[in-house]
Design a protein around this ligand. Structure first.
Ligand SMILES: Nc1nc2c(ncn2[C@@H]2O[C@H](COP(=O)(O)OP(=O)(O)OP(=O)(O)O)[C@@H](O)[C@H]2O)c(=O)[nH]1
Ligand SMILES: [Mg+2]
Length: 461
């Protein structure tokens, strides 16, 4: 700051004043840090978006402390390492995943079917003058939960009554491609009468939802727990039209409210309400592969989920549980499925997809960012020549094959795809087998360190 020298400067008083003020600021900041040594990170994403792999890679690299050049504490040589701490409930099976991924023939972790918790203590040398003096070694407790992606789609139910749930679900079920597989469910609705049994109806609806998820690969499936490994038709519910027999509708409404109260509310109250930072993982490549209906369904699912996370004071979540998320990162996962020259487009496409949610979050005062990342990079980008043309290809082991292949994965549009893009059949991104996750090795991720710096960097200072 430029200042005209005055008598104070002659006697060095301004500098003393600045020093005292800086000291005061540092003491205040230090006080804040002392009471704020926890970060609870919400790893959010639809099913198969990459939550478990992200969490495993995050822990692996924080324990390892290598290959994180964008993490300032690592880059500046201040990062001292991490250790796993015991947790109250079921622990995230990090060692099991590390063993499987560290094996000679590594494999991806299975889809998650229950909630697990992870607690990690990170140690680092503090940067601040006072902190260096009082407590030279800083310590940060990081908490993450892992859960089936399906559960997330139950969150919007908290803001609905049974009438709205039924109307929205039935409108969706009547549209293609859902309508194409809804025959049995439609027949059950047409046959409603006073003797209809809610449990049977829920079972028919469950079969239909399983088809929506597995055969159509669509994202919006509510109630989410009806399609997980161990569904319980006794606690599930299904939508009904307004003219359904009154007693049946009342019984179903009761199930809906009980499910919200006993299943969804505790999940969010015990976990989601306490998050400080959030990463939203989006598998855009799968959404592009699956076609326009899937793409817009995925877009709608994300918007609905993020709407429930609204970060302003009047949001549903704030009213119920007062969350206080300060930083929000949107990440296109599995960026290693495409060549490096496509990452800018992948990021831009994600920016377009989540623009309204991001605007709202920023308006509410959150810091937001967007990245294309691969938590566990399983390919390299290689240049090849094809009919005199240079192509950027990827080299890796395809999911169903045993040897490495080099293939041209295709290109990502920089804009939301148009009819022509969908018709051309240009989106056929392939899945790869994981590369071995080993300590001390470079190049095992793409921008995971940037994600860590954005989400935790300020807490490691
Ligand atoms: N190439 C590559 N594939 C990945 C990466 N992350 C995830 N995948 C693939 O995506 C699949 C799903 O990843 P998970 O981490 O299990 O996804 P999830 O979000 O935990 O899924 P649910 O447990 O079903 O909610 C994996 O089995 C891999 O095939 C990555 O960084 N690179
Ligand atoms: Mg998982």
């Amino acid at each position: 700051m430029n200042r005209t020298p005055g008598y104070g400067d002659w006697f060095g008083l301004n500098r003393i004043g600045d020093f005292v003020q800086d000291l005061g600021n540092e003491v205040a900041e230090f006080g804040d840090r002392l009471v704020d040594r926890h970060v609870r990170l919400a790893v959010t994403g639809l099913r198969r978006s990459g939550k478990t792999v992200f969490t495993t890679a995050l822990v692996h690299h924080l324990l390892d402390g290598h290959d994180l050049p964008f993490v300032a504490a690592v880059h500046e040589g201040r990062y001292q390492g991490a250790r796993l701490l015991p947790v109250g409930g079921t622990a995230f099976p990090f060692e099991r995943f590390r063993r499987v991924l560290g094996d000679d023939t590594p494999d991806w972790p299975a889809a998650t079917d229950t909630l697990t918790t992870l607690k990690l203590e990170l140690r680092f040398q503090a940067t601040g003058f006072v902190q260096r003096w009082v407590a030279p070694t800083g310590s940060l407790i990081l908490e993450v939960i892992d859960y089936p992606g399906e559960w997330l789609l139950d969150l919007p139910l908290l803001g609905m009554d049974y009438g709205r749930f039924s109307a929205e679900s039935m409108a969706r079920d009547e549209r293609q491609p859902r309508a194409g597989i809804a025959g049995e469910w439609r027949a059950a609705l047409q046959g409603l009468n006073d003797a209809s049994d809610p449990v049977t109806l829920v079972e028919v609806y469950r079969r239909y939802l399983a088809g929506v998820q597995h055969d159509l690969a669509l994202s919006i499936v509510q109630p989410g727990r009806l399609v997980t490994a161990d569904p319980d038709p006794k606690t599930g519910f299904a939508p009904l039209p307004p003219d359904a027999p009154e007693a049946l509708r009342q019984a179903m409404e009761k199930r809906f409210e009980r499910y919200k109260r006993r299943v969804v509310e505790p999940f969010y109250k015990n976990h989601f309400s306490r998050f400080d930072r959030q990463i939203v993982l989006v598998d855009l490549l799968h959404a592009l592969n699956a076609g326009p209906a899937h793409f817009s369904d995925c877009q709608e699912a994300l918007a609905t989920i993020l709407e429930s996370f609204r970060y302003g004071a009047n949001s549903l979540a704030a009213r119920l549980f007062q969350p206080n998320i300060e930083k929000l990162l949107f990440a296109a996962s599995k960026a290693d499925h495409v060549a490096a020259n496509q990452h800018a487009n992948l990021k831009q496409l994600l920016e377009l997809m989540i623009a309204p949610a991001r605007r709202k979050a920023r308006f509410a005062g959150l810091t937001t960012d967007v990245l294309a990342l691969a938590a566990l990079r399983s390919t390299d980008t290689v240049r090849t020549e094809h009919h005199g043309q240079q192509l950027s290809c990827v080299r890796g082991r395809l999911k169903d094959e045993d040897r490495e292949t080099v293939l041209f994965p295709g290109e990502i549009p920089s804009d939301l795809p148009e009819d022509e893009d969908w018709r051309s059949g240009r989106f056929q991104f392939r899945e790869f087998r994981p590369r071995r996750l080993v300590p001390g090795q470079k190049g095992q991720h793409l921008r995971l360190d940037q994600a860590i710096e954005f989400l935790l960097g300020d807490k490691l200072a």
